[in-house]
Structures are given as structure tokens and as C-alpha cells.
Design a protein around this ligand. Sequence first.
Ligand code: SF4
Length: 372
Amino acid sequence: MYYSKNENDFISTIDELKQYISLTPKEEVQLRKVIQRHPMLISKFYLSLIDLSDPKDPLRKMVVPSIEELDLSGSYDTSDESKHTKFSGLQHKYGQTALVLSTNRCASYCRFCFRKRLVGLDSREIIGNFSHAADYIQDHPEINNVLISGGDPLMLQTDVIEQFLELLAPIAHLEFIRFGTKVPVYYPKRILQDDALISLLDDYTHNKIRIYFVTQIDHPREITDELKKIAKMLLEAGIIINNQTVLMRRINDDPDVLAELMRTLVSIGINPYYLFQCRPVKRVKKHFQIPLSVGYPIVEKAKAQLDGHSKRFRFVMSHKKGKIEILGIKDNEMFFKFHQAKDERNAGLFFSRKLNPAATWLDDLNNSKKIY
Ligand code: SF4
């Protein structure tokens, strides 16, 4: 079922990690503890992009475990995914979209993952039988698109991906399918060496149902020659690529870095789609989150450097109540708007909250004030 990756292309133990970076004995003990709870997997390709002599290297921070992951503040389910799960592996939060958790594996494990509770771990949250998902979607005509996520669906074998497409394409009310993936960044060879995958996507998107890729690229240094090649192959196959980025402390919380990222993405045919406020996930919150009051001006300064096309992304919180866009700060108030609402009464709602400079999530802001 899984793409048969070459195990030599990855590292997953602290002993292997020590061959690349130096750890103090204390760090070593603590990191062993961290990865017992949340496994480590790093592709050697991605390791080759890291400046191993620099402990502050942003790419290193994204995949190498940290003792800051011992901090347990936050939650493992910040978006109420359990509440929207109809059965294992199928979530239905917004009317038009079904979300399938197709696997618990990825080509490397991001230390900031909001599904940290399941990636690389035995999990009952993964779909057991994809045809059940297809049956559910068939029975819900309000669903016009499916997001196949995980984990990373591109870590599944091409014939498994084909089975998904075979089951979904005939559903008349489905208009498009999205694959959420970071494989082009972590393990480009998975795509570059599989002509059958590209032909499959080409055939489906041109003849059966429109396919989109939703990549996750968080730093300009992740835009490698290999990634550029993949973008070109996908675009030539007719796949539209949208990108999501997570705003993270000491990774990309810099206007110049963000602007360079968005500009470079556009130059290779990838559309900046969402910039996510990092979620208050256990073992992630302390390590990666920055306050909204700090993040907002960074995003605005980045946008000031960008042309209209490159700044079409929205800066949002993926909250229990929906996708909430962070619109601005004025006179000690923060302004928000529902971009996607779980409760349709909130659709498009514009509102403000009293500014709390330390707040990193909507729940840290009190005194809700409805404007319209
Ligand atoms: S690739 Fe996606 S699902 Fe996998 S660890 Fe990273 S953020 Fe999580």
C-alpha cells in the first residue's frame, strides 16, 4: 500500500542524527524522550539542504526534534477534527468539502505538524477502506470537492492513488480533488522517478476530474531545483498547485523571508494560497507560535514588497469555528473576518477583539465585539 521508499534515504534514530549534528549528552537524553512520543523521520535529501553547523538553521528547526517539544501547553486537536469525523478517516466540517486522512506517513515529520497526534504513529484516525469515504461523498450532494490529506498521500503507492481517483471521479457532484503534500519538498524523487504517477494525474485532470495539489512550502530554501522540476512537470500535466505556509517563530517570521518565499513560488507557477497562524498544538505552541500582534505587521511588511498576484494569500487561523482571516490592528483592537465558517450564521462575519499583545490564538482574546 505504501510507496516503497528506500530506507537508506531517511534517518529516524538519534544515533543516526548524531552522525550529522552534535548533541550534548543532556540533549541526547531529552531528544530520545521526545521521539519516543513523536517519531522523527528526516529524508537525507532534506538533510542536505540544512546548514548542519548552524543550530538556528530554519530548515533544521522544522524537522529536527527539540527539547521545546517537552512543553505540553496547547491541545492535540485545535480544530475540533474529532467532532467533524464522521467515521475513521473521513471529516466533514464545511458543507462543500470532505477531508480524507489517507495515511499516517510522510516523507519527513514536521516538528510543527498540527496532526502531530497521528503522524508516524499507529492511529485509528486513518481511513480503513476508501470505498466507505466514496460512499459517504456519493450520499452527500453538497460536497463538491475532496481534500486527500494525512499524513502525506503521495507516500502511498501510485496504484493506491489510482484506486482513490477511480472511486471519486464518477461521483457526479464532485468538481475537483485536492492532494495535500510536502513530498515535493522532502522527497522529490518519489515524484521525479515515477512517470506513471504523472501520467495518471494528467489523464484524470484532463479527462475525468480536475486535480489540484496543495503543497506546503515554508521557507525560500525549500524551493530547490528538484521542486522547480516537479512544479514544471505538474503544470505540464495540467495540475494547478496552490501552496500553504505556516508562519513560525525563527523560521519565516521575517518580512523579507516571507516576501522572497511568495515571490519565488509565483515565479515557478505555484500560487500562494494560505499563510496559517501556527496552531496552539501541544509540543508545538511554545516552540513555533508567535503572537498575532507580532505576526500581523510582519505579514503586512511582506505584502508591501509584493505585487498583487504574489500577495493573494490570506493570513488565517484555522480555528474550531472556521477559517478566520486576520485583517488588521487599529486603536487597540484586532479585526477578523470569517473566511470559512463552521456555523453558517458566522459566514462572512466581521468582528474585533481587544488587543492582547501576547495572544497567539483567537481564544486568548476576550471582549468579542461584533461590528456588523
Ligand atoms: S508533511 Fe504535513 S502531515 Fe506530514 S508531518 Fe508535515 S505537516 Fe504533518
